[in-house]
Ligand binder design. Sequence first.
Ligand SMILES: NC(=O)c1ccc[n+]([C@@H]2O[C@H](COP(=O)([O-])OP(=O)(O)OC[C@H]3O[C@@H](n4cnc5c(N)ncnc54)[C@H](O)[C@@H]3O)[C@@H](O)[C@H]2O)c1
Length: 456
Amino acid sequence: MKICVVGTGYVGLVGAAIFADWGNDVIGVDINEEKIERIKKGEMPIFEPGLSEIVLKNISEGRLTFTTSLSEGVRNSDVIFICVGTPQSDTGDADLSAVWKVAADIGKLIDSYKVIVTKSTVPVGTNQKLKQVIRDNMTSNADFDMVSNPEFLREGYSVEDMMQPDRTVIGSDSEKAFSIMRGLYEHLGKPILECDLKSAEMVKYASNAFLASKISFINEMAQICERSGADVSVVAKGMGLDNRIGPRFLSAGIGYGGSCFPKDVAALYKTSTDQAYDFRLLRGVMEVNENQKNYFVSKIVRYFGKNMADKTFGVLGLAFKENTDDIRDSVGIEIVKILRGLGAKLKVYDPEAMYNSKLVLGSTSVEYCLDKYEVMQDSDALIILTEWKEFANIDLERVKTLLKNPVIFDGRNIMDRNKIESSGFTYFAVGKRTAGLEALDKRPSGTPGVILKNGN
Ligand SMILES: NC(=O)c1ccc[n+]([C@@H]2O[C@H](COP(=O)([O-])OP(=O)(O)OC[C@H]3O[C@@H](n4cnc5c(N)ncnc54)[C@H](O)[C@@H]3O)[C@@H](O)[C@H]2O)c1
């Protein structure tokens, strides 16, 4: 199959490489010249485990090429995937400007039958409108079919997720397009759901909103656990052993972030209000998520006081989750900004997200460290914001010698509470009534400062 992938970001680059690995001829197209030049040289513009090997192998075997010319991509392919970004706009809607632009440009270029596939996450009804945009821009009489084929990969695991997806969703109104798309995915032996365009678009939003709801649910449980003395990690384990529930997306923490959940939940909520329906559950999911990071920061503020001008915190983790360099809508980055706003200095480290973090945080009051122990040197406390596995196994004796005070705020519950507390640390986690929290609650109210939101 001859495939063009437009947009070589987290989804498009991985998609292009894997389609080529399945034996197809693939052209990746991007407007970012620097990105295309780097990929052509074999340098990956993103960190994604296993990606580099697949890209290099398929480039060298001649199945995978990259260009900035959409015309080259469209003319030399039968199936065109649109994989450009659909970030959140100011109104909460998905910003579809890149998708409209690509569709109009494709319309101008097609001169033979093509299957045009939207992999970008787009609200219900968009593919129907895209069809019209393409038609309005066409200069030939060529035929085309529209397909919605949403992507469900997880950053950090995208190669394995695309190679072995739980399911593939294909929305279309054309038998010919279904048959071509089946030809691409059938060999995986995984379930394929063939449906109409609108239902396919909605499956993506419903899935992400459901997963975000699971996270907000366990974060609400964390609040009750903290107050009552139950341990949310044990509760989540017990819940997750139930096959009807499953263990994933039940980690209490500082809330969900990243380039998908926040924007997709907001866009689905916007879709509901556009349809004159108030999706109350989603409103709650977003509100709980917003509160979660404020509640975490409030523990640091209660412990150290609101004026943090003389405080330095060691921060482990800036990426929105482990195994990625992506910091888009990272809650960790937001927390660093809040603490900096309160006057604190931050010493930060992330195994993969340092470069991206420097671009958004700059150097004011932020020192970028070379490893996880450097952040602790002379810091007033250690704060963990991303669940990188390497942070769970730190040498506690060494940590104690480096920190000014043996205090740890674990926003991802990755540390062993008993080990930490028996090593003499004051430990704060999420959804656990630790000795540190117990002591904090016993302090006379008003000492030092408390900024708690939403009644927490
Ligand atoms: N990142 C994820 O984990 C993930 C998972 C599932 C679905 N999605 C969805 O997939 C889509 C892409 O996400 P992403 O994270 O890969 O985005 P990204 O920002 O990493 O990549 C988008 C790419 O599109 C390119 N682009 C923009 N306009 C273009 C144009 N006119 N022509 C050619 N290239 C153009 C950009 O330069 C960029 O390289 C989004 O809709 C997102 O919601 C993302």
